[in-house]
Design a protein. Structure first.
Length: 321
């Protein structure tokens, strides 16, 4: 089902780029009391988790976007919103995103759902009576929706939500190489280049030449020469084809909300799924505006409303409490 979102952008922040950039530059969040945990993975690597302080209640996994972390502007706000509803929230850092390089040569990518699956199974084993949910932003939303489609009725989640998802990765790579969106590409690619060169400068198992990394300055180049060989894909097209979540949506059997804006500068409008691709359990809420993981409302700049922190808990509430 596709529905029209109730979101209304702030009059002082109406453009797609303003909605996307403003929260990262201007938002200030209060420090959270968090408990850190390192989860050892079956392949002898690890992921780092950050838990809110509650000791009981439903558990909500939060998945960040590309090169995101606990410090991404949308993460502390969502963790606080979930905690305020009486739920335990846990941020799952993808491999290498918590501030420390992971052990393996491989890292994370848009289609890597295995680590999420392991975390879900771990939490179910630890807390068999606790309802479990997940919220994913951008790349994390793609990972979450792919996982839900892969596992179908066996997903072991009571409910899920995904925000600003790159449904078709090839479309996202091409959109980020056009117009003002190149600014986002430049910023993200630079972070990826710095991370990959920092990680492999003391190792000898890189399946590419470190000297050439600065030349791979678009997503298609970086994914073709770094992401694909690191993770067993033939090339970037093979990676995009196999990892895009749009093809998995039809198999989702968990109540799922997807929030997306038509003006998202990370994805072309024609990559948004059609209603006939969505099962009854999936509600795709589309707004004309909102940018990428922005969705900022409010009457005045000094009193903004981060609408996602209202809408997502509202949706989860019906299935967790």
């Amino acid at each position: 089902m596709i529905t029209v979102s109730r979101f209304r952008p702030a009059w002082w922040l109406r453009g797609a780029h303003a909605q996307t950039i403003w929260p990262g530059l201007m938002r200030r969040t209060s420090p959270l009391k968090l408990v850190q945990e390192r989860l050892e993975l079956p392949d002898e690597d690890f992921i780092d988790l950050a838990w809110t302080a509650r000791g009981s209640g439903p558990i909500v996994i939060v998945l960040h976007g590309l090169e995101g972390s606990l410090h991404s502007h949308y993460v502390p706000g969502m963790l606080s919103a979930l905690d305020n509803h009486g739920w335990r929230a846990v941020l799952m850092h993808f491999r290498g995103c918590s501030g420390e390089h992971n052990r393996k040569a491989r890292s994370y990518h848009s289609g890597e759902s295995g680590d999420l699956r392991f975390l879900v199974e771990t939490l179910v084993a630890r807390h068999p009576q606790a309802p479990l949910a997940a919220v994913g932003f951008s790349l994390g939303g793609n990972v979450l929706l792919k996982y839900l489609g892969e596992t179908g009725p066996g997903a072991k989640l009571a409910v899920a939500a995904a925000i600003s998802v790159p449904f078709v990765l090839a479309s996202g790579a091409d959109r980020l190489n056009r117009g003002f969106s190149k600014i986002y590409q430049r910023y993200l690619i630079k972070r990826l280049q710095n991370k990959i060169t920092g990680k492999f400068k003391t190792r000898n198992d890189a399946p590419f030449s470190l000297e050439e990394v600065p030349e791979w300055n678009t997503f298609r180049l970086f994914d073709n020469f770094v992401t694909a060989p690191l993770h067993g894909f033939r090339d970037c097209d093979d990676y995009y084809r196999r990892s895009s979540c749009r093809q998995f949506l039809k198999s989702i059997r968990v109540p799922t909300l997807i929030v997306h804006a038509e003006d998202d500068p990370f994805l072309a409008k024609d990559a948004i799924p059609e209603s006939n691709e969505l099962p009854d359990q999936v509600n795709l809420e589309v707004s004309a505006r909102g940018g990428h993981a922005g969705f900022v409302g409010g009457r005045w700049p000094w009193k903004p409303c981060y609408w996602l922190e209202q809408r997502i808990p509202e949706f989860l509430h019906a299935h967790l409490d």
